[in-house]
Design a protein around this ligand. Structure first.
Ligand code: UD1
Ligand code: MG
Length: 432
C-alpha cells in the first residue's frame, strides 16, 4: 500500500490510527455526556415509539469536536517531510522556508504553504459550521434564517480556491462542443455555484431526517462512496495527477467515518441519542470541503441524488404552496407499531387553491403523493412531501429500522450508479 501512495503512505496510516482514536473518544463521550446534555436542556422526544421517552439531543456536537481534534492533531503528519526538509540544512530558517535558493550546490526545499492553507481553510470551515449547528440546536433558529449560513462557512474555502486554483471553466459535453467550444468559462458564477453546493449539502441532509439512524447512515454512505472514489485515483499503476487532492480528501473522510460509526452505534434504532442539526450541517460541510478543495464537486452532486430528489420534492412545502408543519417525519401508528406517511390536514374552510389542487391530484395519479378526498371531492389530507413518506406510500407501513435500512440501501444503489456514470459514461460525453 505504501508503495502505491508514491512511497509515502505514512500520513495515511497516521490518519487511520487517529480515526480509530476519534471513534473510541466519540463512542465513550456520548455515553458519559448524555445525562449532562439532558440537564442542560439539550433533549428531544422520540416520537415514533410507544413510550415517548426524552433522549439527549445534539450528540453530533461531540462527534464534531472529536473530529476537529483529530484533524488538528493530524496537521504535522502530511507535512512532516516538508517541515524536516525545509528546516534542515542550517542557515536562517525564515530564509530557508520562504526563498528557494541554492546552498552547497543543492536546492533547498520550499515549504508547500498552499497545501497548508487549503488544509487550514477546511478546518476553519468545519469549525464555523459546527458553531452554527450547535447554536441551532440550542436556540432552534428559524429555517429561513439559518438556510444561508453555510455560505459564510464556505468563504475560507472559496478564497483558497481562488488563490490556489482559480479554475472557473467547465468542460462542455462533446455533442455541444461545436456550438460552445471545448471549455466554457463560468467566471464569478462558478463561485456562486460552489457557494450553492455549500448551502445545499448541509441543508439537504438535515431535511432527510426524522427516523432513528437515517441522518448518520446516509452520511456514512456518501463518505464511503467518496472514499471509494478517492481509492480509484490512488490505486492506479502510475501516479495520477489528482493524487494529492484525493489523499487530502481521505485525510478528512477517514476521521469522519470514525466519529460517524460511533454516533450510529448510539443513534440506530431504538435510538439512545439524537444527532441534532449539528451533525447534519457538519456532515454536509465535510463533503463540501473535500469536494471543493479536491475539485470534484460534480461527483458529490451525483452522490447527493436522493437528497436532491427529497429537496425538489419538498419544494411545495418549503416554499409554502402547501402548509408545512414543524415536523414532517412519518407518523407512528401505536396500534401496529409501524410507521405510516404523515399528513397535512385540510379543513373545508382551508382548501388548496385551484392550481395547487390540480397539481396535488396529478401527483396522486402518478403515485407521487397520497391524497384523501371526501364525498364532495374536498381535500381531507395529503401526505407530507418527503422521500420517507413517499417510500411509505409506495411500500405500505414499515417498522422504523426497516424504513431506515431500505432508504440507506437505495442511497447505496443510487450512489454506485452515480459513480458509474462519473467514470464510464463521462468518458463518452467528455473526452478525457
Ligand atoms: C427537519 C425537518 C422536519 C423533521 C425534522 C426531524 C424539514 C423542513 N424539516 O427539521 O420536517 O420533522 O427534521 O428531524 O423537512 N426526531 C425523532 N426521531 C428521530 C429523529 C428526530 O423523533 O429519529 C425528532 C425528535 O423530537 C428530535 C427532533 O425530531 O428532537 C429534531 O428535529 P430538528 O432536527 O430540530 O428538526 P429540523 O431539522 O428543524
Ligand atoms: Mg434536524
Amino acid at each position: 500500500l505504501a508503495n502505491t501512495f508514491q512511497g509515502d503512505g505514512y500520513p495515511l496510516i497516521a490518519s487511520l490510527a487517529l480515526s480509530g482514536l476519534a471513534f473510541s473518544a466519540t463512542f465513550s463521550m456520548i455515553r458519559w455526556l448524555g445525562p449532562t446534555f439532558m440537564k442542560a436542556g439539550l433533549k428531544g422526544v422520540d416520537m415514533s415509539k410507544h413510550h415517548k421517552k426524552e433522549l439527549p439531543e445534539c450528540m453530533g456536537g461531540i462527534a464534531a469536536m472529536c473530529y476537529l481534534l483529530a484533524v488538528i492533531i493530524f496537521i504535522p503528519f502530511p507535512f512532516y517531510k516538508d517541515i524536516v526538509a525545509a528546516t534542515s540544512g542550517g542557515g536562517n530558517r525564515d530564509v530557508v522556508m520562504h526563498v528557494e535558493h541554492v546552498q552547497e550546490g543543492r536546492f533547498l526545499h520550499r515549504f508547500p504553504h498552499g497545501k497548508l492553507a487549503s488544509y487550514l481553510s477546511a478546518v476553519m470551515a468545519l469549525q464555523s459550521i459546527s458553531l452554527l449547528g450547535i447554536s441551532d440546536d440550542l436556540f432552534d433558529i428559524r429555517w429561513r434564517h439559518k438556510f444561508f449560513i453555510p455560505a459564510f462557512a464556505s468563504i475560507p474555502l472559496l478564497v483558497v480556491y481562488f488563490v490556489d486554483f482559480g479554475v472557473t471553466s467547465v468542460v462542455i459535453p462533446l455533442p455541444l462542443q461545436p456550438y460552445l467550444g471545448e471549455l466554457f468559462n463560468l467566471g464569478a458564477l462558478y463561485y456562486v455555484y460552489m457557494a450553492s453546493v455549500a448551502i445545499f449539502s448541509p441543508n439537504s441532509i438535515n431535511i432527510l431526517a426524522g427516523i432513528n439512524g437515517i441522518e448518520v447512515t446516509q452520511s456514512i454512505v456518501i463518505a464511503l462512496l467518496l472514499a471509494f472514489n478517492d481509492c480509484l485515483y490512488l490505486l492506479t499503476p502510475y501516479p495520477h495527477p489528482a493524487t494529492d487532492s484525493h489523499l487530502f480528501s481521505l485525510y478528512f473522510l477517514l476521521p469522519f467515518l470514525g466519529v460517524s460509526f460511533a454516533l450510529l452505534w448510539h443513534n440506530w434504532y431504538p435510538a439512545r441519542v439524537f444527532v441534532g442539526d449539528t451533525y447534519c450541517y457538519f456532515a454536509g460541510m465535510v463533503f463540501v470541503v473535500v469536494s471543493i478543495l479536491g475539485h470534484f464537486s460534480k461527483t458529490l452532486i451525483l452522490l447527493l441524488i436522493p437528497q436532491i430528489f427529497n429537496f425538489v420534492y419538498s419544494v411545495p412545502q418549503l416554499f409554502g404552496l402547501v402548509p408545512c408543519p414543524r415536523h414532517r417525519l412519518p407518523r407512528f401508528n401505536a396500534r401496529t407499531g409501524l410507521l405510516e406517511p404523515s399528513v397535512t390536514v385540510w379543513t373545508p374552510e382551508r382548501q388548496p387553491k385551484p392550481v395547487i389542487a390540480w397539481g396535488l391530484k396529478m401527483l396522486d395519479k402518478l403515485r407521487l403523493l397520497r391524497v384523501t378526498l371526501d364525498e364532495e371531492g374536498k381535500f381531507v389530507e395529503t401526505s407530507n412531501f418527503t422521500i420517507l413518506n413517499l417510500w411509505l406510500v409506495w411500500r405500505g407501513p414499515l417498522r422504523e429500522d426497516r424504513l431506515a435500512m431500505e432508504i440507506t440501501g437505495m442511497q447505496v444503489v443510487v450512489g454506485l450508479f452515480g459513480l458509474f456514470v462519473r467514470h464510464r459514461l463521462a468518458l463518452i460525453i467528455f473526452r478525457e
